[in-house]
Ligand binder design. Structure first.
Ligand code: NAD
Length: 478
């Protein structure tokens, strides 16, 4: 086992293309040990004035040269891909995920930069004749504040950085205090590749996040995190009519129809629920299986849960790491004990793993219904309740009976029938015979209801970092 020793490495915030000195630091814990392994810079809300002023200065030139932005983002993609070996172990150390997953996350960041570099910022000429010229143009907003959670610090930052910069904005990113280091290191990698001030990364304990929202310079806040905090961000941003994109929580249902082949569904369903230890906004969080297949499905999922290899993310062969942080670890313990008290049958797991760190055994629960907290609330961890339904209308109603509406899935031997059911589900994406298959750089991703506001990715995500402007006048032909 190789634990990364970063105790003597100094991490710095990046502002205006340079180190930003701070008076204080804060602890970063490795969730595989439960011990502090590094210090991150504690940027104060007062220091944001200088950070945002530099971002605003950089905006003046950055917004003007579309061709330069393309070239620079391609160079940034190459720089990120070249730094996978350096960045991935830092991500494992602070987040807990297996090294292969961490490497995949960094590679994907490069791919996102490349995709947006090649995407056009639309300019639509509506009229261009002997009389008039009319054009609808997508203008950048200015400086963007980006705030991210701890489950996919790099993926979710890049969903903001790549389109925001492509559109001509500059950006200040604040990662979660649980996972500050990889984002700081990413900004370090991109120094000298991006012009100074175009990308800044600041870290610190909250209320730094709130200060990024209330600061007068940013014109947009792009936030990924929990629904309660997202609502606070919306209220604070409204004071200044800042534009917002909110990617929030989910309680994603998977509906397994009577004709589904349990054997082939089980493995895919299992990893859709337990990937990243269930700490994915769009993980399957509750299963509704037809009563004819539910018993066999429960047992197949239980078997998969028992055989999944849970270990320190740096250990070769680890499939699942620890939960990211103590509050989340305690929350999962609480949700399972609440379910057991209510009469749930623990098919597998149901307990913390007896070792240091925040390890919890992958848990499948039977004998639960929609009144249980583990079904009603977003668990965001390695616990999956598997319930039975009798008819499809009931399954649709129960799937929709949630404040959330991020993604969902329908599983059946009859894909056309599954698609008809999918259209009844109120969520941003519905996958057939898979879960989360629509999470791609070219497709819009966003939640309905309490799962968010607006979308990221694709041309729609790019557009969300722009404001429409009409330019009209006399004919250009004269
Ligand atoms: P969180 O809401 O606690 O924190 C998210 C970020 O917001 C952190 O950087 C935090 O420091 C910052 N923050 C805290 N208070 C703030 C305030 N008042 N103003 C501005 N920023 C503030 O979420 P978390 O625990 O880090 O992440 C887990 C949650 O994120 C889950 O609910 C999960 O579903 C959600 N999530 C959603 C998506 C999505 O795309 N829809 C993706 C990943 C995670």
């Amino acid at each position: 086992m190789t634990l990364l020793d970063l105790s003597s490495t100094q991490f710095f915030a990046t502002a205006d293309g340079r180190d930003l000195a701070t008076d204080a630091t804060f602890d970063v814990i490795n969730p595989s040990t439960g011990h502090v392994f590094a210090q991150a810079p504690a940027v104060t809300p007062e220091q944001l004035d200088g950070v945002f002023a530099a971002a605003q200065r950089a905006y003046r030139d950055w917004k003007r040269d579309d061709a330069l932005r393309r070239t620079v983002l391609l160079a940034a993609a190459a720089a990120v891909e070249g730094a996978v070996g350096e960045l991935a172990p830092i991500l494992v150390a602070e987040q807990g995920k297996p090294l292969a997953d961490a490497r995949g996350e960094i590679f994907a960041a490069g791919a996102w930069l490349r995709y947006f570099a090649e995407l056009d910022v639309p300019r639509e000429i509506i009229r261009d004749d002997a009389e008039r010229f009319e054009e609808v143009y997508r203008r950048p907003l200015g400086v963007v504040s980006a705030i991210t959670p701890w489950n996919f610090p790099i993926t979710l930052a890049m969903w903001k950085i790549a389109p925001a910069l492509r559109a001509g904005n500059t950006i200040v990113v604040k990662p979660s205090p649980y996972t500050p280091l990889t984002t700081l290191a990413l900004a370090r990698v991109l120094r000298g590749v991006l012009p100074d001030g175009v990308l800044s990364v600041v870290t610190g304990p909250d209320p730094l996040g709130a200060a990024l929202v209330s600061h007068p310079i940013p014109r947009k806040v792009s936030f990924t995190g929990s629904t309660p905090v997202g609502k606070r961000v919306a209220v604070a941003a409204a004071e200044d009519l800042k534009r917002v994109t909110l990617e929030l929580g989910g309680n994603d249902p998977a509906i397994i129809l009577r004709d589904a082949d349990v054997e082939s569904v089980a493995a895919s369903l299992f990893w859709s629920a337990f990937g990243n230890n269930g700490q994915i906004c769009l993980a399957v969080k509750r299963v509704y299986a037809h009563e004819d297949v539910q018993p066999a499905l429960v047992e197949a999922l239980g078997e998969l849960a028992r055989s999944a290899r849970v270990d320190d993310g740096m250990v070769e062969g680890a499939q699942l790491g620890p939960l990211n942080n103590k509050p989340q670890f305690e929350r999962i313990k609480g949700l399972v004990s609440d379910a057991v008290d209510g009469g749930a049958r623990v098919v597998s797991g149901g307990h913390a793993i007896d070792r240091p760190g925040y390890f919890y055994a992958p848990t499948i629960l039977d004998n639960v219904d929609d009144s249980f907290r583990v079904v009603r609330e977003e668990q965001f961890g390695p616990v999956l309740p598997v319930m039975a339904f009798r008819d499809e209308d009931e399954a649709i109603e129960r799937a929709n009976n949630s404040e959330y509406g991020l993604t969902a899935s329908v599983w059946s031997a009859d894909a056309a029938h599954a698609a008809a059911i999918a259209s009844e589900i109120d969520s941003g994406q519905v996958s057939i015979n898979g879960h989360g298959g629509g999470v791609k750089m070219h497709l819009p991703f966003g939640g309905h209801k309490w799962s968010g506001l607006g979308v990221e990715n694709g041309p729609w995500g790019l557009a969300s970092f722009t404001e429409i402007q009409v330019i009209s006048g006399p004919s250009r032909l004269r």
